[in-house]
Design a protein around this ligand. Structure first.
Ligand code: CDP
Ligand code: MG
Length: 731
């Protein structure tokens, strides 16, 4: 019973041993591997004081405090202290002062447009406020995000703030990954996922509030959602609709939603010094690296955020910075390099939010995602090269290109703003003042520069026949709409009156590009659905299956070519990779040995599982026809016949319809083989028009599989186009 004092603190334990265990627990907690940086002495103080009574009574009651118990207690109290801290942080966000007013506005109006600076708490707080105010008693609160990474990381943050496990009360849903449960009341999701939810639940009955967030991004799915939610809100007066954005041109949103009130609140803004370069930079990556190092060596503490255009650039800069900081010696502080882009696994994403340890500096290398969708605290310096990757689509050529393009003034200002959130900051623009003045005010909404086949299929499935009359905020070009209708018609997803066919309805079940969905549905006929969904899953992972370390390129290339033996083409090669991995029992070691990214493979496996579930839903039996490569290729052709090309005498290719020059991408297994006829998964314009994922094709297949699209004459003479416009006019 006697309590002694150890190190000035009271020993609550009856046994010296238990006290020592407690100390060990404390040390473990403090120096424990992962949390090392997050737990400060203050935290520990809190653990100690908060728990002391509880431990004391336990001991007095003869409670056996063995080591495990003590650590459990410590864990519990640690969680509690972190929670309290988070609650304080919540209260310090700019939006907190407007909590009650905002809730009142939402109560008074069905639709509210909300405008607030990035980082002021819109995404993380508003759904929680509504939950606290009881809205979740009537249904879920859904919040859409244009980006996958944002949906995941925001959901993770909110689950922390609420002290619940991610996927329970707070969850997220992105394509091929549903991290929600029966319990989920706050659901963060990509805008594309909500669009698909309309198919299953046209009036979104399970929701009491929908927050269409980050609307200033004007993604295609968000734009389509505008029309759909506006319609649902009319028939469901109980549904609350919030349209939130970071920029100030909210009138456009308000006008669209029948003059909905605009609730705008000020953010926290510190002065930001802007530096432009005097002359244009020849190489913005070099300039960015130089600027990072310059800031690191010369400027006072504070983290750096660099905007780059994609994963590749980020990896290049990361490697380069690692290399160059190695030689800096101990006099210069540590530079912690944190990349963030869409394909980065979630465990690595959290690294950017970890507080920077004392004496070090963090540099975040990010894509556009850090412009408005993610807020990283502690950024004092922003480096803005002035570019982003912009998707654009030419309906006349059917070619999608992902080109590095100059950003808009609105983007430049958002980027700058990231530097002044927690204190005064500096923004280094790697372009001149003149170049800034030449930038467009806003970027073009995606609906005006993308392939619409996917959304047209969804809208048709929702029973929206007359697309020209759909309530668009900004209408797509008639050409792009026509192109999408024509493609769906040629895939037999629509009939000649423009109505959805049974085939089209089945295709719409798959959250995939219509051509890929068609290939899957067609695989039923060729008895190879098993193989086709593996290929579709591998294609959906993107171009991140193989990796090629700089020092082992020859080995990596050899390993990759093993899957191509017999010049089977890239689609079958992907199937070979998947099946070989499966045969090893999904071995990680096998992936290392073959220069295959284990993470991508795991994702492919998840996607494949889901596609298998969908097969059952549309009534397609899982059948394997592994040795009949021709049948598999025919199934692919059923979906991808509009993507065929023919070899020219000069070694380049010419696509059939519409005719244009194209090249096999150097990463393809067929890049050296050059078959007479090929079909490709995608045509991407970079330095040239490149066909990615290419398979050899027999000319007759085109005529057999798509007689309405190709006539023999077309296939022989790639210059003529069958006149289908006349029929299409009626659509
Ligand atoms: O949506 P908005 O840009 O207005 O702000 P938010 O995303 O709700 O972020 C509010 C605050 O939450 C940020 O300032 C961050 O401090 C924090 N946050 C975080 O720590 N981790 C995240 N994944 C998201 C937000
Ligand atoms: Mg937000």
């Amino acid at each position: 019973r006697d309590q002694e004092c150890v190190g000035g603190k009271m020993n609550p334990f009856a046994e010296q041993e238990a006290w020592e265990d407690y100390q060990i627990g404390k040390a473990m907690l403090k120096y424990g591997s992962k949390n090392k940086r997050q737990i400060s002495d203050d935290d520990y103080q809190f653990v100690f004081e908060d728990q002391i009574d509880f431990i004391k009574t336990s001991v007095v009651d003869g409670y056996n405090t063995d080591n495990e118990e003590v650590s459990k207690l410590l864990e519990k109290s640690k969680a509690k202290s972190a929670l309290e801290r988070l609650q304080e942080e919540r209260k310090s966000l700019p939006i907190y002062s407007y909590r009650d007013e905002l809730l009142q506005a939402i109560q008074d109006y069905q639709v509210v447009v909300i405008v607030g600076e990035t980082g002021s708490g819109k995404t993380t707080q508003i759904p929680q406020y509504l939950h606290e105010a009881g809205y979740t008693k009537r249904g879920k609160i859904g919040c859409t995000q244009p980006r996958r990474v944002a949906a995941m990381s925001v959901a993770a943050r909110v689950s922390h703030e609420m002290g619940v496990k991610l996927g329970h009360e707070v969850g997220y849903s992105i394509r091929f990954e549903d991290c929600t449960s029966e319990k989920t009341v706050l659901k963060y999701m990509t805008d594309g996922m909500l669009l698909r939810e309309f198919l299953a639940e046209p009036d979104l009955e399970s929701y009491s509030v929908l927050m269409v967030d980050e609307t200033h991004e004007r993604t295609l799915s968000t734009d389509i959602l505008f029309g759909l939610v506006k319609d649902v809100a009319r028939s469901r007066p109980d549904l609350k609709l919030l349209i939130s954005s970071a920029t100030l041109d909210a009138e456009k949103f308000s006008d669209f939603f029948d003059s909905a009130p605009i609730f705008s609140f000020p953010g926290r803004r510190y002065p930001i010094e802007i530096n432009h370069t005097k002359a244009p930079e020849a190489d913005y990556l070099d300039a960015a690296i130089f600027t990072v190092l310059n800031i690191h060596v010369k400027e006072e503490p504070g983290d750096i955020l660099v905007f780059l255009t994609g994963q590749e650039e980020i990896e290049t800069v990361e490697e380069n910075l690692k290399h160059r900081t190695k030689g800096l010696g101990t006099k210069i502080a540590e530079l912690i390099i944190c990349p963030i882009y869409a394909n980065l696994p979630i465990e690595l994403q959290s690294k950017i939010f970890e507080p920077t340890p004392e004496g070090a500096r963090k540099v975040v290398l990010a894509t556009n995602i850090a412009e408005t969708s993610l807020t990283i605290d502690g950024i004092k310096y922003v480096i803005d090269p002035g570019f982003c990757k912009m998707k654009s689509y030419n309906p006349r050529t059917g070619m999608e290109s992902l080109l590095v393009a100059p950003i808009s003034k609105a983007s430049a200002n958002q980027r700058k703003g990231r530097a002044g959130r927690t204190g005064p900051g500096k923004c280094f623009r790697l372009y001149t003042v003149c170049s800034y003045n030449d930038l467009e005010d806003n970027s073009t909404p995606e609906i005006k520069r993308t392939n619409l086949a996917n959304v047209v299929l969804i809208l048709k499935s929702l029973g929206i026949h007359d697309l020209l009359k759909f309530d668009f905020m900004d209408s797509p070009t008639p050409e792009a709409l026509m192109e999408a209708l024509e493609l769906l018609f040629s895939l037999n997803a629509l009939n000649e009156r423009g109505e959805l066919t049974t085939l089209g309805r089945r295709m719409a079940e798959f959250p995939l590009d219509p051509m890929l969905s068609k290939a899957i549905v067609a695989s039923d006929k060729y008895k190879c659905s098993d193989e086709m969904i593996s290929i579709a899953a591998m294609l959906s992972v993107g171009n991140s299956i193989f990796y090629r370390p700089k020092d082992k390129q020859v080995h990596a290339d050899n390993a990759r070519m093993n899957f191509h033996s017999g010049n089977v083409g890239d689609h079958i090669a992907l199937l070979n990779v998947y099946n070989s991995w499966k045969e090893t029992g999904y071995s990680t070691q096998w992936c290392y040995e073959n220069y295959v990214q284990v993470r991508s493979m795991k994702r492919a496996r998840d996607i494949r599982d889901q596609l298998e579930g969908l097969l059952e839903r549309v009534g397609i039996e899982l059948t394997s026809n592994a040795n009949d490569l021709e049948s598999i290729k025919k199934a692919i052709t059923s979906g991808f016949f509009p993507h065929s090309a023919r070899l020219q005498t000069n070694g380049s290719y010419r696509t059939v319809k519409p005719p244009q020059a194209a090249h096999i991408h150097p990463s393809s297994g067929l890049a050296q083989v050059l078959p007479r006829w090929v079909l490709y998964h995608e045509l991407v314009l970079t330095t040239k028009a490149y066909m990615r994922q290419v398979t050899e094709l027999k000319r007759e297949w085109l005529v057999d599989i798509a007689p309405h699209w190709y006539q023999l004459k077309d296939a022989e003479d790639s210059g003529t186009k069958k006149k289908s416009r006349g029929e299409m006019k009626r659509l």
